[in-house]
Design a protein around this ligand. Structure first.
Ligand code: FE2
Ligand code: FE2
Length: 167
C-alpha cells in the first residue's frame, strides 16, 4: 500500500534535494533546469494536499486540525506567491534569487510544521485503510495532471477553505 503520508514525505525530500541542487547551478540554463520543475512540483504538491489531505485532516484530525490547516494554506499561499514572483524576473538575476530564496525559506519552514504537526495528527486519527485510499488518490492525481496539466495554482482564503470542510 502507498500511505499518503509516506508519499508526501517523498515529495518533501525531493524539494530539499531540488533546492540543494540549485546551489550547484552555475548559469541561467542550469538554474532553469532545476528551478522550473521544482517550482511546478511545489505547486502540484500544495494543490494535491489541499484537495486530498487537508479536507480529511479537518474532518478527522485532533483538536489542532483547524489551526494546522489554516497554517498550511497560509504557507502554501506564501510559497505560491514567491514562485509567481520568481517568474517575473530573469533567471539568475538578484530579484529572481531573492524570490527563489523566499520560496525556499517558506517551504523549509512549512515542511517542518507539516511533518511535526499536521502529518502526525493525521496518522494518529486516520485508519490505515484511509491512508492507503488517499495514497491511491494522490498517485492518481499526479497521473491525471502530468506537469500540472489542467490545474490552476491559485492562492486560497485560509478561513474560507477551513470553513468549507468543517461545516
Ligand atoms: Fe507537503
Ligand atoms: Fe503543505
Amino acid at each position: 500500500m502507498d500511505d499518503i503520508t509516506a508519499l508526501i514525505l517523498d515529495d518533501h525530500a525531493a524539494f530539499r534535494r531540488g533546492f540543494a541542487r540549485l546551489d550547484d547551478a552555475r548559469n541561467p540554463e542550469q538554474m532553469r533546469a532545476v528551478w522550473e520543475p521544482l517550482a511546478l512540483h511545489l505547486e502540484i504538491h500544495a494543490e494535491a494536499e489541499e484537495r486530498i489531505l487537508y479536507p480529511h485532516l479537518l474532518r478527522r484530525g485532533g483538536e489542532d486540525a483547524e489551526a494546522e490547516s489554516l497554517d498550511a494554506i497560509r504557507d502554501h499561499n506564501k510559497i505560491r506567491d514567491a514562485i509567481d514572483e520568481s517568474r517575473r524576473h530573469d533567471i539568475g538575476s538578484d530579484e529572481w534569487w531573492s524570490a527563489v530564496w523566499e520560496a525556499r525559506r517558506e517551504n523549509t519552514e512549512h515542511l517542518g510544521e507539516e511533518e511535526d504537526e499536521g502529518l502526525p495528527d493525521f496518522r494518529k486519527h486516520a485508519s490505515i485503510e484511509l491512508r492507503a485510499e488517499l495514497g491511491a488518490q494522490w498517485l492518481a492525481f499526479y497521473r491525471e495532471h502530468p506537469a500540472g496539466k489542467g490545474l490552476m495554482f491559485r492562492d486560497k482564503d485560509p478561513e474560507r477553505y477551513v470553513e468549507a470542510y468543517t461545516e
